[in-house]
Write a protein that binds this ligand. Sequence first.
Ligand code: PLP
Length: 483
Amino acid sequence: MHEKLLYELSVPDRQGIRFPEIDVPRSELPSQNLLRKKPAPLPEVSEFDVVRHFVGLSTKNHHVDKDFYPLGSCTMKYNPKVNELVASMPEFAGLHPFLPTHAVQGALQVMYDLGEALKAITGFDAVTLQPPAGASGEMTGLMLMKAYHSDRGDTKRRKIIIPDSAHGTNPATIAFAGYVAVEVKSASDGTLDPETIHAEADDTLAGLMVTNPNTLGIFERNIKEVSDIVHGAGGLMYMDGANLNALLGITHPAALGFDIMHINLHKTFSTPHGGGGPGSGPVCCIDSLKPFLPVPVVLRKGDEYYHDWDRPGSIGKVHGFYGNFLIMLRALTYILANGKDGLEMVSKAAIVNANYLRVKLQPEYFIPFPDECMHEAVFSADNQCKHGVRGLDIAKRLLDFGLHAPTVYFPLIVHEALMIEPTETESKESLDNFIAVMKQIAKEAEENPDLLHNAPVNTPVRRLDEALAARKPNVRYKSEENV
Ligand SMILES: *Cc1c(COP(=O)(O)O)cnc(C)c1O
């Protein structure tokens, strides 16, 4: 049945609020030519209609508060509500960025403490909180790399090695930073092959960029050897930290030989994300890159916090003001609420959950790189392709069961990839439900492939042109001509 939209619920003169009788003198309206010629065509509805309308809308889309959201690489974990409570405190949320330092000591302490926590978690010496997303952290990191090389007069370094499993933002950032991406083939176990790195390790190498665990959910077991090769050639090691959810309390990226990394606070440290942000992508680095960090840097002298702008070697600013402060606040709340042991449990549980799914789904779904995984498992729909069912059909059918689809068709080196990241916040019961649904879909693929070709059948809209839906979303009730 067609559910009525707010405009269709409109009844002439129905109101949501009743104003009391006017008890002050009426004043003149501004001159006629400043007023609308006819009233704006707003729906005339009660408060109740409005509340039902928006609650209805909020359940039409999928979100992590509603059900399982196994979108690999995105770390769609449950975001504790205490984070929102703290981030909505007017003492924080109402701060103006131009307030003088002495008036915002608490906010500066939040930034300082978060920076210290991120350094402790990653093992690095220095941090900037300014980049507003992971991709922007990548750009900041490569700008640091460039500043480092050019400061040493080392100007012929042009190339950055990435594996063929790299996330799309990596080659894009490399090109944006004025470097050239050199793609190397992953070894048969899905990890970096030191031999291929050797072959590119010369005096034109600026650095290497890799996600660890990589986008196949596999820990880069040769990372120390790889970083020795890169460092031996004078290059720097950049870690894409989007998968940090697998390493908390287990190892330090700095100890693995990395020099720079970004952290997606919105992923690992629980800020609701998707749909384009806002996010936060702090960058951590080793001591020798510290002089190049964006300004200002929050420092502490005794009990006082201040912004240090006096950084002659700085790459400058990478975002307005100080970065996305309320996301930093959520991340610090989350880190303090979990503590060191809690964060370690987060990663360990994320790894156990992913391996549970990997083992349980292996009878039905092919795994091209079948080693033990970290926090996510990448399957292929190859078994189902035999029946003419593609990864996309499986993803669409999941929506009928009220579950979000996994990431599909990434990483590019897996044919018909289904990249599943359950996260630590899902219970065994919710994993078991997902497993049961996935098994049923595998059965449907064999017995009734057309059902999957036509899925989803239970959602408010069916199969959309995904490119158009993202690029030209139609969110208007009335067409252009009617308004
Ligand atoms: C999410 C992600 C990024 C980009 O991060 P954003 O915060 O979305 O800009 C980069 N690399 C990997 C592996 C990711 O999963």
